[in-house]
Design a protein around this ligand. Sequence first.
Ligand SMILES: CC(=O)SCCNC(=O)CCNC(=O)[C@H](O)C(C)(C)COP(=O)(O)OP(=O)(O)OC[C@H]1O[C@@H](n2cnc3c(N)ncnc32)[C@H](O)[C@@H]1OP(=O)(O)O
Length: 406
Amino acid sequence: MSEFHVRAVAEGEQRACLEVLEQALHAKPISDEAWAKMAPTWPAAGKFAAFDGDGTPVGIASSFEMELTVPGGRKLATAGVDGVAVRADWTRRGILTTMMAAQLEDFAARGVPLAALHASEGVIYGRFGYGAATFCKGVFVERPRAQVRDGVGRDGEVRFVTPAEAVRRVSSLYKRFEGTRPGSVSRPEQWWPGFFDRLVTGNDGYRVAVHSGPDGDDGFVVYRTIDARDRKAPERGAILEIRELEAATPRAWAGLWRFLLSVDLVSAIAGRGRPMDEPIAELLTDPRAVNTTEVIDDLWVRLVDVLAALRARTYGTAEPVVLEVSDKQLPDNNGRYAVGTSGVERTTAEPELRLDVSTLSSLYLGHGFFSDLALSGRVEVLEAGAAERADALFHTARAPWCGTFF
Ligand SMILES: CC(=O)SCCNC(=O)CCNC(=O)[C@H](O)C(C)(C)COP(=O)(O)OP(=O)(O)OC[C@H]1O[C@@H](n2cnc3c(N)ncnc32)[C@H](O)[C@@H]1OP(=O)(O)O
């Protein structure tokens, strides 16, 4: 078997590691010019890599520091795992497993209570204790049928901003939304150039429009249009594709949708990654103008310090429940936890529900139900009624949603 070893990435090794990521994700090799721009946002800190016998990187697992909003509104230090790959000629030899172990031990040693990522495939991360914790939907709104209902309030205006203005304004505007729902993450300075700025200043046709209400700017949308004409429908309007739409108030949200629906020469509005509970159909006179095209996992979360993470969130009203949690990678988490409205403690009491850390992580932000996961065998019920109590404690009224790709 070929030898590899995993260690922290040293200063100067980042670009070679990035090549591994680009190749595994089928992206073009990074040019000198692109690397010059990107280098400041891709520090060696927070990165582990696998090296072959010659010292060439063949695997990478990157992370950065951010904050994740948990139910109740607290922002918890979180490792954002943002670049994981193994070179195609080195896969299925345990490299990812070794990198994930190194990364998780590092998070635990640094006292980071949570880790989170967006998964390229659904089968990869459960074994490392991650669980799909937020979900999102794709929508397709047929514009000719879509009219905003009478009585939906207006309190502002929408205006286009130039790409340069968007780069200047939107990062501070985002702070108004950050933390307004469980699952939302902070966007550190290093996030903006590689994701938002590159998108809106690039050549892919993205436009940015900002909504201003009584308290100033309170929402924005990033979108582009895609030509949908063909021989059979030479006059069909374009598809307006939303990349991102965020609003601090219900009126700003409705104002942005009203604006999108008013753009001429558009046949449909499409958006991926929208919150599960975004009430677009309810905004319109004809709810059937809105088609849900997909429901897909959004943010995967990993409780690194189970006690600290459970203590950081708030709970609904129900009698406490005793969970027995198992964690293969971080055995310090193994044990029983009494979770209730008034707090969380480690306990020696008899367990009422048994589950692994991946399952607990998927329920942590308030999506899903213990009782459903009991049906599918992921939660073992040892005490009748305990799953329903846990549902009442953990489930949140507002669907958790991340909305930030990293
Ligand atoms: C947060 C993000 O960055 S998401 C992006 C993830 N990266 C990608 O998708 C890029 C393309 N894929 C890859 O680079 C690699 O295939 C990786 C990183 C997904 C997996 O790396 P590997 O070194 O092959 O994983 P490793 O050998 O440690 O596999 C561990 C286990 O997971 C399984 N596994 C790993 N990847 C996959 C997969 N894509 N599909 C199915 N099973 C998988 C392996 O079969 C193995 O199972 P076993 O323990 O039962 O034998």
